[in-house]
Design a binder for this molecule. Sequence first.
Ligand SMILES: CC(C)=CCC/C(C)=C/CC/C(C)=C/COP(=O)(O)OP(=O)(O)O
Length: 276
Amino acid sequence: MEKHSQRPEPKNLNSVWRFLRRCLFSVLSFGPMPKHIAFIMDGNRRYAKKMQIKEGSGHNVGFTSLVSSLQYCYEMGVKYVTVYAFSIDNFKRKPEEVGSLMHLMKEKIDQLLEEESIVHKFGLKLNFWGSLDLLPEPIRSAAEKAMVHTANNTGPVLSICVAYTSTNEILRAINKSCARFEDKTGEGSDPANSILVTDLEENLDSASCSEPDIVIRTSGETRLSNFLLWQSTFSHLQSPNLFWPEFSLRHLIWSILEYQKVYPYLEARRKLCQES
Ligand SMILES: CC(C)=CCC/C(C)=C/CC/C(C)=C/COP(=O)(O)OP(=O)(O)O
């Protein structure tokens, strides 16, 4: 059979698609681009219900959607992506559901460390934010291993919030600031009067990242649900009306365009606060 009658290799199609994305992202980058995007990946169970698949499968599709969103973000030059993967409040769900989410988490963290993963493709540095001591031992070890393995990577940064709430992050930062203050000044001092906002910020999980420019919560919910409360003062909050597993490139591009529309206003507000 002649060569030209064969169907094109998927590899070639991938290259064409990658090239088209590059063109699209160059056009997009004529406007201001976000450095940091945070996602609240909401609606995985509702997606499973809608698609009549097993409840846990919704989170599995959600992870696939996360990996493609990460790929597009990093191709666009976004330096930081932060995702809300499991809140401390999620421990109150049915034990079977918590168990299966923990199982999925472990499996996906292990996958992230495999040779052909997105972590290796982009040289990602992985952070885990939250009270990791609340996690079952296998997930805690997997998270710690992932942080150690990627600590010297100089590429973009993926921060995964597990066993996380913002109030807990702030409380831990206050306690660390107090402990450091006492170490410096010795017994008998009153740290409550002396800790500065900068001390506290240095002890937040997010200390090494810029603040999120955009926080996207899928499924049309407009609450922050105790996510990055300290860091989101100037973030553009968006709540697209679709479930997380349905989030795709066109939704991401739309989010960036929305951000570019409000960027002058956000910058003006930020400058005003910095001056006062
Ligand atoms: C390693 C890694 C980053 C894994 C992440 C996998 C993943 C997609 C986790 C999402 C977890 C979660 C509780 C989402 C909220 O949807 P929901 O369960 O509350 O669904 P609902 O909003 O429909 O009730």
